[in-house]
Design a protein around this ligand. Sequence first.
Ligand code: GLN
Length: 486
Amino acid sequence: MELHLQTLTELAAGLERGDFTSVELTESLLQRIAAHNDKLNAFVTITGDEALAAAARADEARASGSGGALNGLPIIHKDIFCTRGIKTTCGSKMLDNFISPYDATVVEELADAGAVVLGKSNMDEFAMGSSNETSFFGPVHNPWDLECSPGGSSGGSSASVAARFAPAATGTDTGGSIRQPASLTGTVGLKPTYGRVSRYGMIAFASSLDQAGVITRSSEDAACLLGVMAGFDERDSTSIDQPVPDYLASIGDSIKGLRVGIVRQHFDKGLDEQCGARVKDAIAVLESLGATTVEVDLPNLDLSVPTYYVVAPAECSSNLSRFDGVRFGHRAENPEDLLDLYCRSRGEGFGDEVKRRIMTGAYVLSAGYYDAYYLKAQRVRQLIADDFKHAFANVDVIAGPTTPTPAFKLGDKVDDPITMYLNDIYTIGANLAGLPAMSVPCGFVNDLPVGLHLVGAHFAEETILRCGHQYQQQTDWHTACPEAFK
Ligand code: GLN
């Protein structure tokens, strides 16, 4: 099989057998990127020279019998992860000139394992968005239909993996930004349990919700990468000190007897009928593998979007206050005084969606409204987390749709924030409750991919990965490649 069509696991085996070198692999993917990226705009930065140097080092390491678990394997980083010596923009004009003096923990871990970084992927500005249209660097296009969005905010990562630029890319998920783009591009997207993967060096949007994860084409590859990325980091105060299991060890185990929760509210209003049908077909496949379905209730599900849009902006208004034109980032020219410097630097550096969130956040945190909005949202957040807790008393996994519709056209929702926000109706709950969740390709509607959403209990990544893997053993949706990128 041609190199670009292979998964991370297949490429690892090829490197190990000596079928090709990491330099050859890296060169061939860089050529694909050079030939096709104009159609997608998936990158903010392509790191060709650094990638080839890293690939050469990986080949040397292999020749001398050393090298980590990902030795010589190409990946892409979302441009939200700080990379030493390489521009990290977070999709914003504010950081267009920012060169980080250090690596994020995730970047460090993957590099230590031998991964070769091909570039930094385009994303919604500060990860705020569901379509990649809020990026300062312009929208990313969906490889399945160039007029459609690849989802967001990790749209450059999802488009790259779908277009076979790389077998895997990192992403971050605050309300759905790994799973929603994975669903819309026919890729696998895994958001781990909050605290499982370090947030150090990952530019903060909403700290109590942000979590790093991966976009791949198989659950097996996601398991492999999670094994490298997961673990305690003393530099992240919310990192959890729990042993990291071998996610690959149990991935081949049967799901016979697995209790799969079907949420009553998921198939109500708002879900595209054909998407719902594909998801139901996928659940039938799980049943055919011996899983049993149990109906569960998430009575506060419809409160998750409004709750998120109080909590996330509140945290973002606090996190983004550091971009003041003084220490780093964009600085306005010729300020009259300090206030003018702050105002114009922020006014010029941030885009509309980011400003909207900062203003909403400052409002809900203000003295007169704190109790009415922020505190109320925190209470509802607890109710939503409790709903999941009750559900997981009776089931091992919750299965449903990742998104209400397949990919939508670029431009269709960008001027209507509420419709855009509703895209994350099925994904946000897992962030509010801190649960691990993933999207797995489960079919097509009008030639556009659809995803199956699997949510697990805290630290039950093994269970959802096994469920995803067993499903992918029975289906081949994830091997479909968009026509223009074969
Ligand atoms: N689409 C959601 C938002 O706009 C989620 C973004 C994310 O997960 N980073 O905030």
